[in-house]
Design a protein around this ligand. Sequence first.
Ligand code: CA
Length: 382
Amino acid sequence: MKITGVKTYVLEGLLGNKAFGWSLWVTDRRQTAVCVVTTDEGIEGVGEAFFVGGPSTITAAMIQDGYAPLLIGADPFQSSVIWDFLYNRTRDQGQKGLPISALSAIDIALWDIKGKALGVPVYKLLGGAYRRRARVYATGLYEPQHVPSVKEALVAEALGYKKGGFSAMKLKVGYGIETDMEYVKAIREAIGDEITLMVDANHAYNAAEAVRLAQQMEAYNVYWLEEPVPPEDIDGYVEVKQKSSVLITGGECEYTRFGFRELITRRAVDILQPDLCAAGGYTEMMRIVALASAWNVPVIPHVWGTNIGLAAALQLFAVLPHFPERRFPAEPLFEYDRSPHPFRDKVTHEQFVMKDGYLDIPERPGLGVTLDMDYVTKNTIR
Ligand code: CA
């Protein structure tokens, strides 16, 4: 089998009065770059690149202008060799960030092709399923922009998740410790003690601030504090982790096994959160997971995209080992983004439906989704 072409589609949806904020900025739109790899056998693979910092046209250009010319004629079953080849081409200036997100989308598409060619879901190619369904947590509870009271809106949203069957949810923090604690307190009181509550600061704090926040949150049984400090501040992570009984997590801003080496070997986090669509796709993710397993650091991937990224992440989720294996092992939680997204569900024909707090892991070949090309071609902005 040979690769014959690579297409990219940049999709955008405006949020209107559903614009939302977090500790860094307010967004009025969702965007993504979708990559389709075509082959001489008529099998097509799809991937998605994770990028929130700017227009997805940049990632699409990296895929299209940077990698696509190097892929034509290659055999998708050489996916590890292709990964190393492409990484080496951009290594000098591209060890982190956008080039790796772009490479992730291509790698995911190659695994989709391999699965479709063999008629098996990707998880079977990756070594088999530890689990057939994923216990999800709701990612939401961002800062709404057009409401009389943010706190009341957050409480209503949290109660909605509880009513909808979620057993866990994650709140954005990082607005200043006083405001954060107001939100944490109000939500915990509203949802009760039985729901797992996590918080995510999106690296808004320095270590001293994060320690204060973590210690104040202990009384409200917060399960984890995500990205307390900037991703470059490994010493800050270590300090916060040592001084907090709330679990410290991070990794969505890190890339490749080389980047994760520091977080893992320095034991900077309690739970590692690489993103499949950013950290390097399945090929690199399996290397990161292997590295983490050698240090016994649990991996709970970050997930934040359309149904394509969601489908891809579910396949990966199936194969995550236990940290450690034991008679009654701890099961990971699957991040299920519920924040406003105008086209998350519209890009694929297949839909994901949560049942009893779980999402089934698709058994269909490849990622288990097919693109709705009518929607994608009509709504692409590049
Ligand atoms: Ca996060």
